[in-house]
Unconditional design. Structure first.
Length: 707
């Protein structure tokens, strides 16, 4: 046993220690802790960097030794039940450790500059360290109970970070929305865990898989019970990884700081759902119906996310729906049995999407001094344009991330996405068509974001100048004017009449500082080259690559990868995937590129025409579908929010008029009865005697005729 395995507990402990120390400092010594803000940031980065170095060592040991290591100790021991906690090291864990720690360190370095002027700077690093520690503890968990504990801790940290700027109504609502929707999935996950404990009598992964497969082989377990339990387990990843229909929290999570968006959407929260499905893959694989549900859920999520991303104008929300779509790809791959392709895409997408989100943060950070510190302005692509001239490093790295995510060779995501597309066609042609069309939509909306943001002319100054031309003279009037709907391209429709307005408002963004650019440059390296770890080798035929062989021990029983027969087949598949990506790129360039291809300047008129009634009804429907998020949020508001309010009103009516009415009715009837009886009291003894005798006579008759 390698010595490093004995100290694996240090990996989640170090960021947890940083979070605890910062939290205690803020609690007992708030002023001194805040005054030493850079010290705490350096400490957090240093401790996570140590954890990262240990993770790389473990990763190397797994590559060379390929051994699975477990360290368990009893937590609760009884005659009927035993709970154990511990650590599990295998290839899947080592991959996730490297992914989380590398992106976590870069996000922390980036946050030092991005959050430097924020009053909650120190608190942010406390949350960030706790979030990273929770995810590290989750991937190291050897059983379902421990996973559920860290699963909930990750959800709590996401609630704190999404609502970090809790004074903003949007952030407060977004964190509550994410928390509530994830509770739906977590409740299903808990029921699934209890169900499989009922079936197998164990929470440990190895014992659970062996016992369940044994019961299935001997027909000692009912599929009518096991399948719903597996679907309940899958409900947890559906919510955590933003799969349809529990995806609606993901775009609203963009209300949090951009570094958190990068961490959540790349290596932590949304990756947790994919990780759990991969960890429980031998369990799901034994139930074909569950695998079908997983594959179709992933396919629907991939296509839905891509269609909604087409017309988004908030740069972060566009990337958020892109994340949703790519997570659908990963879930689709796992559902069709392409285990290696799903994990491979998780790796390549994580670095590419972290690069894109941090690039968007660099853009927002540079736009805020010009358009104001409102997310509605600094994140709105209508105010951007031509940023490549003013922010060349950010523009270049963002282009690299865009090319990778679109599947352009030889960048990272090409290799993983091409494998998913090929396996989808072999599994079921309909799923293959969905994955293929989604690839084209991905290229379109990603290059739409790039062209609108980095090409053309800078538009923020033009908006301000146009407002001044119309008589705006104060900043308050300017803000009030800017609340009107802003066309996506307006610079060609500006008619300048005052030269002093141009001089007053000709401000342009500047490149971010070196601390923010460093993570972008580092992330560009794996975005360019990480895909080569899964490239198959040529030995007469396309043999499974080393990554596939390395991951085989994680699968219970023989596992056959759906691979191409030869290089010719591989190239034909690559041509199909690259061809659809280039088609989406060309359409995006045709509509939004810096060089207009239409005499009426189609880029200035395409989306404004779609906003209005009339024209092509199909394009109008697609635009509205995308812009209004597929109307799903609206339907949820009507069905669930409106439905709960109706139920609350019905409950209030029943409580006030039925339950309280019955109690109050008894009291009122007693009151009126007493008042009426009071009138019968005349004070005459003969009347009382008559009543007594008459009543006794009636009771005697009743008893006589009854018996």
């Amino acid at each position: 046993m390698e010595l490093i395995y004995q100290f694996i507990w240090i990996v989640p402990f170090l960021p947890f220690l940083a979070s605890i120390l910062i939290g205690l400092g803020l609690l007992f010594f708030p002023k001194s802790t805040k005054s030493l803000r850079r010290v705490w940031a350096i400490a957090s980065i240093s401790l996570l960097s140590i954890a990262m170095s240990i993770s790389f060592d473990i990763f190397w040991q797994q590559i060379t030794g390929n051994s699975i290591y477990r360290y368990l100790w009893s937590w609760i021991s009884d005659k009927n039940i035993v709970f154990k906690v511990g650590l599990l090291i295998d290839p899947l864990t080592s991959i996730m450790l490297v992914l989380i720690t590398t992106i976590g360190v870069l996000v922390m370095i980036y946050s030092d500059s991005y959050m430097s002027h924020d009053q909650g700077y120190v608190r942010f690093f406390a949350y960030l360290s706790l979030f990273t520690a929770s995810m590290l503890g989750l991937v190291l968990s050897p059983n379902l109970i421990q996973i559920y504990f860290f699963w909930e801790l990750v959800g709590m940290c996401s609630y704190l970070l999404i609502g970090f700027w809790f004074t903003r109504p949007g952030a407060a609502e977004a964190c509550q929305k994410a928390f509530i929707i994830n509770r739906i999935g977590d409740f299903g996950l808990l029921l699934g865990i209890l169900g499989f404990y009922w079936i197998t009598g164990s929470f440990e992964f190895e014992a659970l898989f062996e016992r369940f497969n044994e019961l299935l082989a001997n027909n000692e377990v009912s599929l009518w019970f096991a399948t719903p339990c597996a679907l309940l387990l899958f409900l947890g990843p559906v919510a955590k990884s933003a799969q349809f229909p529990l995806h609606v929290w993901l775009p609203d999570a963009m209300e949090g700081p951009t570094p958190i968006s990068a961490l959540i959407h790349a290596a932590t929260m949304v990756a947790a759902g994919i990780f759990l499905v991969a960890r429980l893959f031998p369990l799901f694989q034994a139930l074909p119906l569950v695998m079908g549900v997983i594959s179709w859920t992933g396919a629907a999520t991939a296509l839905l996310g891509a269609t909604i991303a087409l017309a988004q104008r908030d740069i972060k929300k566009g990337l958020a729906y892109s994340t949703m779509s790519q997570l659908g790809y990963m879930m689709l791959a796992l559902g069709i049995g392409s285990y290696k392709a799903g994990l491979f895409h998780l790796i390549t997408h994580a670095y590419s999407k972290a690069l894109l989100f941090l690039g968007s943060g660099s853009i927002i950070h540079s736009m805020e001094p010009i358009v104001g510190y409102s997310p509605g302005k600094s994140q709105n692509m209508a105010f951007m344009g031509g940023l490549r001239k003013h922010m060349p490093i950010t523009g270049t790295t963002f282009l690299i991330g865009t090319l990778s995510l679109c599947g352009i060779p030889p960048l990272a995501c090409f290799w993983s996405k091409d494998e998913i597309l090929a396996d989808s066609w072999l599994y079921f042609p309909v799923i293959g068509w969905i994955a293929w069309i989604t690839a084209g939509l991905t290229a379109f909306y990603m290059f739409r974001i790039y062209f609108i943001t980095f090409e053309g002319n800078f538009r923020a100054n033009s908006f301000k100048e146009s407002f001044l031309v119309s008589g705006v003279t104060t900043s308050k009037e300017l803000d009030r004017k800017e609340k009107r709907p802003i066309p996506l391209f307006a610079d060609s429709r500006i008619n300048m009449e005052r030269d002093d307005a141009r001089a007053r408002y000709s401000l342009y963004p500047k490149e971010s500082d070196k601390i923010m650019l460093f993570p972008l440059l580092v992330l560009a390296v794996p975005t360019l080259f990480s895909g080569f770890i899964g490239v198959p080798t040529l030995q007469g035929q396309l043999n499974p690559d080393p990554l596939s062989h390395w991951l085989y021990p994680l699968i219970n029983g023989p596992y056959e990868v759906i691979s191409k027969e030869n290089w010719l087949k591989f190239l034909s598949n690559a041509i199909a995937s690259v061809g659809i990506a280039l088609s989406g790129l060309f359409i995006a360039y045709f509509l939004y590129g810096p060089i207009p291809f239409h005499s009426r300047n189609i880029r200035d008129n395409f989306e404004p025409l779609l906003e209005e009634e009339g024209g092509n009804p199909f394009l109008h429907f697609i635009y509205n579908w995308s812009f209004f998020r597929g109307y799903i949020d609206g339907y949820y508001d009507i069905i669930f929010v409106g439905g709960i309010r109706i139920l609350a009103k019905i409950g209030f009516f029943l409580d006030e008029w039925v339950i309280d009415g019955a109690v109050n009715g008894v009291g009122i009837s007693i009151l009126f009865g007493g008042e009426n009886l009071k009138q019968m009291e005349g004070g005459r003894i003969p009347s009382y005697l008559f009543g007594l005798i008459f009543g006794t006579f009636l009771l005697s008759l009743i008893v006589f005729f009854t018996f």
